[in-house]
Design a protein around this ligand. Structure first.
Ligand code: E4P
Length: 215
């Protein structure tokens, strides 16, 4: 299971990379805006210097020609850039063109299995179903992951399933059990993956007993 960090915060990316478990980075316009990165290109170059793995950079155009133009420019920035494209009809057209040019895509804002099938048929490298946002409207987000994984297996689609909009470690673990290839999550959730109270209690006891023995 690949772990991506879902942020445009360079310090958090560095900290996650230092943990030795980071496989990539996803960003979106809201995350970039939150960090105030006015120079998108330079932000992506900095991320690429920290992490050797897929870096999703999202287009902000909504018609095919403009998405393609924007995506080609993004793809030139670094070999690890994956062009993030919204799951709309114009986006799918662009994904097909990118696939024919060898440009990798992450198709984002996926909320249904039918959308995921179309993305795979268009040649998406990654599909991003947003589980947390579905949970927020009382739909089971992880059920969507199970459906997509099964459909992709049924037809041997090569598109990787990325569990997106992850809010807590259970999303990550369930995604792994279902066979999703990637999960992206905020730094806070990556930290939560490490923690277990019994580990902390156990370690404190081991160190205390060792101290007793050695004075
Ligand atoms: C990742 O690619 C998505 O942009 C992200 O996971 C969305 O998460 P959110 O629903 O917490 O904004």
């Amino acid at each position: 299971m690949k772990i991506f960090i879902d942020t445009a915060n360079l310090d958090e990316i560095k900290q996650a990379a230092d943990m030795g478990v980071l496989d990539g980075v996803t960003t979106n316009p809201s995350l970039v805006s939150k960090e105030g990165h006015k120079d998108f290109r330079s932000m992506l170059e900095k991320i690429a210097s920290i992490v050797d793995g897929d870096i999703s950079a999202e287009v902000v155009s909504t018609n095919c020609d403009e998405i393609v133009k924007e995506g080609r420019e993004l793809a030139k920035i670094h070999k690890n850039i994956v062009v993030k494209v919204p799951l709309i009809a114009e986006g799918l057209k662009a994904v097909k063109i990118f696939a024919s040019e060898g440009i990798k895509t992450n198709v984002t804002l996926c909320f249904s299995p039918s959308q995921a099938i179309l993305a795979a048929k268009a040649g998406a490298y990654i599909i991003s179903p947003f589980v947390g946002r579905l949970d927020d409207i009382s739909q089971n987000g992880m059920e969507l992951i199970a459906q997509i994984v099964q459909i992709y297996n049924n037809y041997d689609y090569k598109t990787q399933v990325l569990v997106a909009s992850v809010r807590h470690p259970i999303h990550f673990v369930q995604g792994a059990l279902m066979g999703a290839q990637i999960a992206t999550m905020p730094f806070k959730v990556i930290e939560q993956l490490v923690k277990h109270p019994l580990t902390d209690i156990g370690l404190a006891k081991f160190l205390e007993d060792w101290k007793k023995l050695n004075g």
